[in-house]
Ligand binder design. Structure first.
Ligand code: MTE
Length: 322
């Protein structure tokens, strides 16, 4: 995967919203501060109003803001990997906000399910029972990390709506193709659409999450609007952005980075400090936003989520199944 030597993640201090704002305000106050609260949402034109549907979301007490030190909003939304919009970390924020439309948005659920369907994303959120907030660690295979307060719903809810047939063992996720809007797709820097996959039992694990927001606001385009996958025990490349299709299959599906470079990136991509990337160590990680001197910490097995997901991989050789 592309690695920058330049320290472009170190934004100037002035560009970063003081963390105090996030810590001392509850979510409702925070939304008011930003002028995107419920009352403000009611005044928005219909299209925009739909995109804010479900906010503010209620915190899931199992994954609270107080348990981890969340990364500042500005870092989460300006240091991104989204190759459809370029290969530099600063590219997605710039190029994903130049006329690319993420509302309205349709997601197709198909394959080995009893209820194949096409959903408008806002209807899907309602059908999945609305939004909740969860604060998760986010660890990229490039050995950097953040802590992100996501808003969204459990992927298990979508799986239940689809009602998989007994032969369904995997899910394949597909991202959008829009060569006109996406400069990286025009340049052909990867094979598109970007695809990812999960085993069905991974998809129904309590941690697997469909994110539609960050810090109580609709997810910005550069982070994968309007809907992206979040699997916090896996490297970030599993977290496919801007999903348009989910297909239930009986065979292990392809995933983009394993297709591009299978020697370095696999299907499982579980965070593992004991299995190094061929070109660098995975034992520790650079903490984005922690400053030049504050910024490295040991990487945890399954990114700290062994209790929730360890049983999924009992008996699996994690060195071979990287
Ligand atoms: N999804 C799509 N469609 N295209 C991408 O290039 N990059 C992946 C993942 N999802 C990517 C994607 C990678 S490598 C990472 S680390 C995460 O998104 C980054 O998510 P973030 O920018 O929200 O931190």
């Amino acid at each position: 995967m592309f690695i920058l030597s330049k320290k472009d993640w170190e934004l100037p201090e002035s560009a970063v919203t003081p963390e105090k704002l996030y810590r001392t305000h509850n979510r409702r106050d925070f939304l008011k501060t930003l002028g995107t609260g419920v009352a403000a949402a009611a005044l928005l034109p219909r299209g925009l109003r739909a995109a804010t549907g479900g906010f503010p979301a209620k915190e899931n007490p199992a994954y609270p803001l107080s348990a981890l030190k969340p990364t500042a909003y500005e870092f989460i939304t300006s240091y991104n990997n989204f190759y459809e919009f370029g290969m530099e970390k600063s590219d997605p924020k710039e190029y994903a906000n130049k006329g690319w439309k993420t509302e309205p948005w349709t997601i197709e659920v198909k394959g080995l399910v009893r209820n194949p369907a096409k959903f408008d994303v806002n209807d899907l959120i309602t059908k999945a029972g609305g939004l909740e907030q969860r604060v998760y660690r986010h660890r990229c295979v490039e050995a950097w990390s953040m802590v992100v307060p996501w808003d969204g719903f459990p992927l298990a809810k979508l799986v239940a709506l689809a009602d998989p047939k007994p032969e369904a063992k995997y899910l394949q996720f597909k991202s959008f193709v829009d060569r006109k809007a996406a400069i990286g797709q025009r340049q052909g820097n990867l094979d598109y659409p970007y695809v990812e996959g999960l085993r069905l039992d991974e998809a129904t694990n309590e941690l697997a999450f469909m994110a539609t927001g960050i810090y109580g606001k609709p997810i910005p385009n550069q982070n994968g609007a309007p809907l992206r996958l979040v699997t916090p025990w896996k490297y970030g490349f599993k977290g496919i952005k801007s999903i348009v299709q989910i297909e239930f299959t009986s065979r292990m599906p392809e995933n983009t980075w394993a297709v591009m470079n299978g020697q370095e990136y696999g299907f499982y991509a579980n965070v593992n400090p004991h299995v190094d990337h061929p070109r660098w160590s995975q034992a520790s990680e650079r903490v984005i936003g922690a400053g030049v001197f504050g910024g490295r910490q040991p990487t945890l097995m399954f990114n700290g989520y062994e209790k929730q997901v360890g049983a999924l991989y009992k008996g699996l050789d994690l060195v071979r199944n990287y």
